[in-house]
Design a protein around this ligand. Structure first.
Ligand SMILES: [Cu+2]
Length: 125
């Protein structure tokens, strides 16, 4: 069984954020928009990097962030750390993509008892 190395954040209730983030990569589903960017951008190969993201349209109770390679059915070898940096703004650090190819950033949100998965595919060279 594959180890789970996703970052998990459990949140107190608070205000939802207005959709004003210009983070470049956006995913929208079921009335929720998640905008994210890598730091540095694009995500590097085999070097630690961070992502910043903003969620609007709802405030999750719980967030899980993971990066996986769908073609190879594996994730990362390191567990990232996730924190809320401002209302509705988040930063995950310590992600490492150890192989070139197609990766998928996966955000699992719990929103008022509803599970929502948002994902975004990108290439790493
Ligand atoms: Cu792989």
């Amino acid at each position: 069984m594959r180890r789970r190395l996703a970052a998990v954040l459990v949140l107190a209730t608070g205000p939802a954020l207005a959709c004003d983030a210009d983070f470049g990569r956006a995913i929208a589903a079921e009335g929720v928009t998640l905008a994210w960017r890598a730091r540095p951008e694009p995500p590097p190969l085999a070097e630690p990097f961070a992502i910043e993201f903003a969620i609007c349209g709802g405030r999750p109770d719980r967030i899980t962030v993971d990066a996986v390679m769908p073609a190879h059915n594996h994730g990362m070898n390191y567990a990232p750390r996730l924190q809320e940096t401002a209302a509705g703004r988040y930063r995950a650090e310590g992600l490492v993509l150890h192989m070139p190819g197609q990766w998928r950033m996966v955000f699992d949100l719990m929103l008022g008892g509803r599970a929502l998965r948002l994902s975004s595919d990108f290439e790493v060279e």
